[in-house]
Design a protein around this ligand. Structure first.
Ligand code: PLP
Length: 451
């Protein structure tokens, strides 16, 4: 190993606190130090290359060091790196807002920027709450969130989260929500199977809404797939039914597309699959092509209008961040969306999505593969101790970690969610690179679980 790598690792271990990481274990690990990337490949300080199997945490879209995005950022850097949107406009944020409004479904025509998926969600929650206050419905203060939900790590986002492992310890700090069942089918909390189910999870949600409509400001969902919970794909038409129920009970629908948006589901916006227009739409991650911290909360014109008034009516949305609408990040996002059009990225995804589906179906047959799930370019392979009973492995066995560590030896970089092996590469990945990822996973599922 090069001396430089050793030195960097030591410094990292001495000074950094990594996200979602048990730092005691980290001290004993041999972390990769990534130095550069091109396309779907990352290179470490030892010169070894890895396919970026999780798209640098589900955000890289057109590959690393895309000429068009690099140039757009440099061009903007030659003008100005950052100016505030408090009291002034800037060019890239204006043009990007216009572009997003034209691309987003329905009348989601107002764009409020922030810098992470979590903040995009905070903003949606605050807008929904304030909207009803200003519409003369002050009792509508509560939110409905789903079991297994993940919406980010700030306290509002954690309040609507539903993953005990991440969220339980913070309960005393959180606001209370109504809960509805997760729409995922593999471990249906209502004991149904696809054959015996009539979207019962949506009907359970409907009961909550009908009993508490007067108190509920909004329902928040991750359209099509609950990502962080383990790529839990939702029953088809669930989202559409949720939209109908929200409309019926005069409740806002917040769609958190931070993970599934910007092409990852196979459409630019995941809601499009079920022809749903939410009232508030959160995007982040891939918005800047996965280059720079940028997120946005899109609101309908109807919501926006409720915030208009005289200065002394105090209807203003009193929210903003230092880097709201950062010009460099917005310039990257504009270039990213241009590539979607120029290269017909979405059309070109079809064979890749089909190929992933084909490979996943084969994987179903492997020992201990309990379920495989896919939403466009996002996939999860769930490993279980007992396929029939779906009994999980004890978490101390760290099966998911062992499989992904093995895959690293094959030049594939992955990060599991518990014992769910996640595939979420840049959309620009090639079929050969998809095969490299899946081959590595298959090989190491067998190596770890067939001894
Ligand atoms: N919402 C969803 C659906 C997510 O998957 C994530 C992150 O994975 C977030 C929100 C939070 O985004 P960020 O990590 O950028 O704060």
């Amino acid at each position: 190993m090069k001396k430089r790598t050793q030195l960097l690792r030591e410094k990292d271990k001495n000074f950094l606190w990594h996200p979602f990481t048990q730092m005691k274990e980290w001290q004993d690990s041999q972390p990769l130090v990534i130095e550069s990337g091109k396309g779907a490949v990352l290179r470490d300080t030892e010169g070894r290359e890895y396919v970026d199997g999780v798209g640098s945490l589900w955000c890289n879209v057109h590959g690393h060091r895309r000429d068009e995005i690099d140039r757009a950022i440099r061009r903007q850097l030659g003008k100005v790196a950052h100016t505030t949107l408090l009291g002034a406009a800037n060019i890239p944020s204006t043009l990007l807002a216009e572009k997003l409004a034209s691309l987003a479904p329905g009348n989601l025509t107002r764009v409020f920027y922030s810098d992470s998926g979590s903040t995009a969600v905070e903003i949606a929650l605050k807008i929904a709450y304030q909207y009803w206050q200003q519409k003369g419905r002050p009792r509508k203060k509560r939110f409905v969130a789903l079991e297994n939900a993940y919406h980010g790590d700030t306290l509002g986002a954690v309040s609507v989260g539903g993953i005990d492992l991440f969220h339980k310890i913070y309960h005393p700090l959180l606001f209370k929500c109504f809960r509805a069942p997760s729409p995922s089918c593999y471990r249906c909390s209502l004991g149904k199977t696809r054959k015996t189910c009539n979207l019962d999870c949506a009907e359970e949600l409907g009961i909550v809404l009908s009993e508490h409509a007067e108190e509920i400001a909004a329902v928040i969902v991750e359209p099509l797939v609950q990502g962080a919970a383990g790529i839990l794909t939702a029953a088809p038409q669930y989202l559409r039914r949720v939209r109908q129920l929200c409309t019926q009970h005069d409740i806002l629908l917040i769609a958190d597309e931070v993970a599934a948006g910007i092409g990852r589901s196979g459409r630019l916006f995941a809601c499009e699959h079920e022809r749903v227009v939410p009232d508030l739409l959160c995007i982040g991650k891939g918005l800047s092509g996965g280059y720079l911290p940028l997120a946005a909360t899109l609101a309908t014109n109807n919501i926006f209008r409720a915030f208009l008034g005289e200065h002394t009516e105090y209807k203003t949305f009193f929210h903003g961040h230092t880097f709201t609408g950062n010009p460099l990040a917005c310039a990257a996002a504009l270039a990213c969306l241009d590539i979607f059009e120029k290269e017909e990225t979405l059309r070109n995804l079809t064979p890749k999505i089909k190929h992933i589906a084909f490979r996943l179906q084969r994987m179903r047959k492997l020992p201990h593969v309990g379920d495989v799930r896919q939403c466009g370019m996002i996939a999860g392979i769930e490993l279980v101790k007992n396929k029939r009973t779906k009994e999980p492995f004890p978490s101390e066995d760290k099966i998911g970690v062992k499989v992904t560590q093995g895959a690293r030896e094959e030049g594939v970089l992955l990060r599991p969610l518990g014992d769910v092996i996640v595939i979420c590469p840049p959309l620009s990945i090639t079929i050969d690179q998809i095969d490299q990822i899946v081959d590595a996973i298959e090989k190491h599922i067998l190596a770890v679980l067939q001894q």
